[in-house]
Design a protein around this ligand. Structure first.
Ligand SMILES: Cc1cc2nc3c(=O)[nH]c(=O)nc-3n(C[C@H](O)[C@H](O)[C@H](O)COP(=O)(O)O)c2cc1C
Length: 370
């Protein structure tokens, strides 16, 4: 396909994948789209190994990384990662819920080590995020996308000096305009349907407004895109390409455990709720007993970032180890309702493109010629 973003990044089809999984990044890029590896919560040594693996398997195709970098940051006070120093009301609330459901506690010999590892990932500081970017810059990345909007100016300048393109996510028109003014090369417009942190405006309304506000900067449409009809709708609304996160979770290559995939196959769009249980901020993810508990009368208050995520480390580890489906959850968007069985990244892209072409042909026939 010929779109501005294809030319800008040297790709064949304007299909982008956000993923925490290196296999997805490689497969999407090899199929002609472009994979972005999410760096959030990744320790530095792991990142180096993952990027090396990508370089070894991607066959020289373009790929990128997704960072979580605030524009300005003040140094946070030292955050404790001692599990016993976490807010006890919330910790005990979760502990009791899982105890009552008969879900075993973490094994006594290594629970502290597991928890500390989990906690240290949540408390990633902006300095650590910059250190991760430094590692990424030793690899042939073509673009960086920031999940938190505009990165610090020195980061923008550094990336541009190396010819690396920068994209940023937003769910608001005003933010998109500021991103364009800050020199961002492409905007990812995220509708409320999306998995992960999300705003409140639907894709259908948001995409064309952002396209109009930032033209000629290319816009990638995100939130609820899982097939060629949605891709065609996005392009019809002026987008230059699509940015998907949820649809890759159902692929053979994805990071999800088989039990979690089974939950996806049976989930409806209504099960992809916006909940503050995971991070303290609204994240679209699957409803579970863990998310429901925080909404019950008498539940403790959600904690501000990063404390809510820290409190959730123990229940997450416990429910994953027990593989207890009622308590497992994961960020996913409303498109989960269209995911019914395991597929592959290559198949997703093939199906999207075939459906896209069918739509174009059908639309062309709608115009009366006589
Ligand atoms: C499991 C999961 C984790 C995500 N984590 C991040 C993240 O760390 N950084 C980020 O910029 N976006 C993240 N997102 C959001 C995606 O970048 C993307 O905007 C979103 O998935 C698009 O909507 P869709 O889920 O309907 O495809 C995540 C999405 C999912 C599904």
């Amino acid at each position: 396909m010929k779109t501005k973003i294809c030319e800008l990044l040297g790709i064949d089809v304007p299909i982008f994948a956000f993923s925490h999984c290196r296999d997805v990044v490689v497969e999407v890029s090899k199929a002609g789209g472009m994979g972005f590896l999410g760096l959030a919560r990744m320790p530095a040594d792991q990142l180096e190994a993952e990027l090396q693996w990508i370089d070894d398997h991607i066959g020289g195709r373009p790929y990128g990384v997704d960072v979580l970098m605030p524009k300005n940051y003040t140094k946070l006070p030292e955050i404790t990662i001692d599990p016993e120093d976490l807010p006890q009301e919330q910790v005990q609330f979760m502990r009791k819920l899982l105890d009552d459901a008969g879900i075993s506690r973490l094994p006594e010999d290594d629970d502290q080590a597991m928890l500390r590892d989990s906690l240290s990932r949540v408390t990633q500081t902006p300095e650590e995020e910059i250190a991760l970017l430094d590692i990424a810059l030793k690899h042939p990345i073509k673009a960086v996308v920031n999940g938190l909007g505009i990165p610090p100016k020195e980061v923008i300048d550094r990336l541009h000096d190396r010819g690396i393109k920068i994209g940023s996510l937003t769910g608001k028109v005003q933010h998109a305009i500021k991103q364009k003014e800050a020199g961002i090369d492409f905007i990812v417009a995220v509708g409320t349907e999306a998995g992960g942190h999300t705003g409140s405006i639907s894709s259908m309304v948001l995409w064309p407004q952002i396209v109009d506000a930032v033209t000629p900067t290319p816009v990638l449409a995100a939130g609820g895109v899982g097939g060629g009809r949605q891709m065609a709708a996005a392009m019809a609304l002026g987008a230059d390409g699509i940015w998907c996160g949820s649809i890759w979770l159902g692929t053979r290559e994805s990071e999800l455990q088989p039990e979690m995939k089974e939950i996806l196959w049976s989930a409806s769009a209504e099960d992809a709720i916006k909940s503050r249980a995971r991070s303290g901020k609204p994240v679209r993810m699957l409803r579970s007993q863990l998310t429901e508990a925080w909404e019950q009368p008498g539940a403790p208050d959600y904690l501000p970032m990063p404390y809510q995520s820290m409190v959730m480390c123990e229940p997450d580890l416990r429910s994953q180890r027990a593989k207890h489906k009622d308590f497992m959850y994961y960020p996913v968007g409303q498109i989960v309702s269209a995911m019914h069985e395991e597929t592959t990244c290559k198949q997703v892209i093939f199906d999207m493109m075939s459906e896209f072409v069918e739509v174009m042909e059908r639309m062309n026939q709608l115009i009366a010629t006589d």
